[in-house]
Design a protein around this ligand. Structure first.
Ligand code: DMJ
Length: 657
């Protein structure tokens, strides 16, 4: 009798736990109950804006009896596997909230479990408390960096020390690609100070950057990392300082003379050698800031690294009136684009910059490709060049055709919930059964194009993983239902998507997600002098590293999520985030080309749309106009002869095409 009571007790306990998970988080039990639902989340209980909610249910078997999750099946096998129709894309010239057509929680919805749990359930005091917690998180990390690490690049938060490039081991790319001996964390954090309205610290930090940071360093860094973390931050802070409206409070700097813009220019000039002597136009991945491309350098680059430079390089060009930077960045995008598969339209993740051969044939949304897609859309939003939107739309369609698996709609229909998998770029065949944590940015991008319903689904999948581990493992194997790579370096992608989904839907569910993220960061990653990388998401052991994106992105998005009245979102579509979370204002100035013609490989159009043939090499010239800023950079400030380096650069590039 006793053992029967024990078994009955255990069964009741399990059912009770199931019920609690379902009611509280919308998360069903994961393993065991639903074999084909690695993480069963309750989003099928949400109603589609156009129709009634599907009945709450567990996974439903697909007709045809295919076994295993439908993510394993190639696209087009069965009713739930046909490539999904992509929602109507924005017309050129229109992007933003106007396209955020789907809003959760329509007025006619009846109460359901989800609504009971979340709707209206986030009181203003709690929101203010969470905003202050996010601010406190930033302040703790920033103050400790300033106290123990500055002027070095990063903070080692466990031992309260600074960290710079690993000179002893040049092959330590994990460190050396990012740390250039240029006070990285301070530079990367500038606009977060402004977004949080801390004008005194912003002003102090800007002055410190101007007075102490130099790029004349014998550091070999990754072009991409230097661009998104440093160049992007300098440009963002420059725009904040010079903004006549000053929405964040007084962020002006007394006697500011465009120093940050000059510094951005200096850095970009030092990165330019990466674009020389490349047969394809795709840049070398690394450059030495003093000496250019190292002789023994690698000819292989990831697509995201080479093809996500256009936002920062384009802003710089347009502010300076110098087409060089945008020209090289755009040429790299187009070179990569032209190497996409004719059959699938997909790109791989690693390419040889001289031969144009794909070394990594994996196509996915995460590492190696993530920001490539992001910058096609964001370049269009910023600069209004139609070709960027066309490329983005075509890429998005290929992603839907080959990467997306699972049922067609997020909220209804049969089959597994949608997931984006990694496939071979030429065949579309599944390459592995993991997704990486970087991919969690994608729902945020989907929000920008109005594909909110799909964004909700993908975000929920990642949130379910977060709920299980209190962090996102770097790689999660959806077939084994377990992490493949266990560390979590304080990445922002999930909170970035959470913030953007909250802005699109205003559904308090996303505030609960943010609160969860905040609380687990506090619980598992806070150490003596900051926040530490999680070495192992299961045993929660830590590593002594706090990457600069923790302050520039993770804390910023968390703060913005809870700061209802922040000018970043109060001003409608005025701001956009770079891939490093730096805010840039979207305004007409950046859509004007300060130079007359814009050079594509075939030629281009002038500002009134008249065709302009591509000029001959000797006709190319650098144009320094002062239309968008008060002065052109003073050449004497730099050790490199600017004009001649441009000319050499352009001659070489043109000669290679
Ligand atoms: C950041 O440096 C940027 O978001 C980049 O695009 C990739 N991811 C890291 C943080 O995870």
């Amino acid at each position: 009798m006793q053992w029967r009571a024990l078994v009955l007790g255990l069964v009741l306990l399990r059912l009770g736990l199931h019920g609690v998970l379902w009611l509280v988080f919308g998360l069903g039990p994961s393993m065991g109950f639903y074999q084909r639902f690695p993480l069963s989340f309750g989003f099928q209980r949400l109603r589609s804006p156009d129709g009634p909610a599907s009945p709450a249910s567990g996974p439903v078997g697909r007709p045809g009896g295919l076994s295993g999750p439908s993510w394993l099946q190639p696209p087009g096998t069965g009713a739930t596997q046909s490539p999904r129709k992509v929602p109507r894309r924005p017309e050129p010239g229109v992007c933003g909230p106007a396209h955020w057509g789907y809003v959760l929680g329509g007025r006619d919805r009846g109460p359901d479990e989800y609504e009971k749990r979340y709707s209206g359930a986030f009181p203003p005091q709690l929101r203010a408390q969470m905003r202050d917690l996010a601010r406190g998180m930033f302040v703790f990390g920033y103050d400790n960096y300033m106290a123990h690490a500055f002027p070095q690049d990063e903070l080692n938060p466990i031992h309260c020390r600074g960290r710079g490039p690993d000179r002893g081991d040049p092959s330590n790319l994990n460190i050396n690609d990012v740390l250039g001996n240029y006070s990285l964390t301070l530079v990367d954090a500038l606009d977060t100070l402004a977004v949080m309205g801390n004008s005194s610290e912003f002003q102090k930090a800007v002055k410190l950057v101007i007075n102490t940071v130099s790029f004349d360093k014998d550091s070999t860094v990754q072009v991409f990392e230097a661009t998104i973390r440093v160049l992007g931050s300098l440009l963002s802070a420059h725009r904040i300082i010079t903004d006549s409206k000053q929405p964040f409070g007084d962020m002006t700097i007394k006697d500011y003379d465009n120093e940050l813009l000059y510094m951005a220019h200096d850095l970009a000039v030092r990165l330019l050698p990466a674009f020389e002597n490349t047969k394809t136009g795709i840049p070398y991945p690394r450059v030495n800031l003093k000496t250019g491309v190292p002789p023994d350098t690698n000819n292989e680059t990831c697509t995201a690294g080479a093809g996500s430079l256009l936002v920062e390089f384009g802003i710089l060009s347009r502010l300076l009136g110098d087409s060089t930077f945008e020209w090289v960045a755009r040429r790299a995008v187009k070179a990569l684009w032209n190497l996409r598969s004719n059959d699938t339209g997909l790109l791989g993740n690693v390419v040889n910059i001289q031969t144009g051969h794909w070394v990594g044939k994996q196509s996915g949304l995460g590492a190696g490709l993530d920001s490539f897609y992001e910058y096609l859309l964001k370049s269009y939003i910023l600069f209004g060049e139609k070709e960027d939107l066309e490329m983005f739309n075509a890429a998005y369609q290929s992603i839907q055709n080959y990467l997306r698996r699972g049922r067609e709609a997020c909220n209804e229909g049969e089959g597994d919930p949608p997931l984006y998998v990694n496939v071979n770029m030429f065949s579309g065949q599944l390459m592995n059964t993991w997704i990486d944590s970087l991919q969690a940015f994608f729902p945020g991008l989907q929000v920008l194009i109005g594909d909110v319903e799909d964004a909700i689904c993908l975000h929920a999948f990642y949130y379910a993983i977060w709920k299980r581990y209190g962090a996102l493992p770097e790689r999660y194997n959806w077939q084994l239902q377990a992490p493949d790579v266990l560390f979590y370096p304080l990445r922002p992608e999930l909170v970035e998507s959470t913030y953007l989904l909250y802005q699109a839907t205003k559904n308090p569910f996303y505030l609960h997600v943010g609160m969860d993220i905040l609380q687990s960061l506090e619980k598992y990653t806070k150490v003596k002098c900051g926040y530490a990388t999680l070495h192992h998401v299961i045993d929660k052991s830590t590593e002594d590293r706090m990457e600069s994106f923790f302050l520039s992105e993770t804390c910023k998005y968390l703060y913005l999520l809870f700061d209802e009245d922040n000018p970043v979102h109060k001003s409608g579509t005025r701001y956009m985030f770079t891939t490093e979370g730096h805010i840039v204002s979207v305004d007409e100035h950046l859509r004007e080309l300060p130079w007359k013609e814009f050079f594509s490989e075939e030629g281009g159009q002038d500002q009134v749309g008249k065709s302009v043939p591509r000029p001959k090499p000797h006709e190319l010239k650098v144009i320094n106009s002062s239309s968008n800023c008060n002065r052109v950079p003073d050449e004497r400030r730099y050790s490199l002869p600017l004009k001649s380096i441009y000319m050499r650069q352009i001659d070489q590039m043109v000669g290679l095409i």
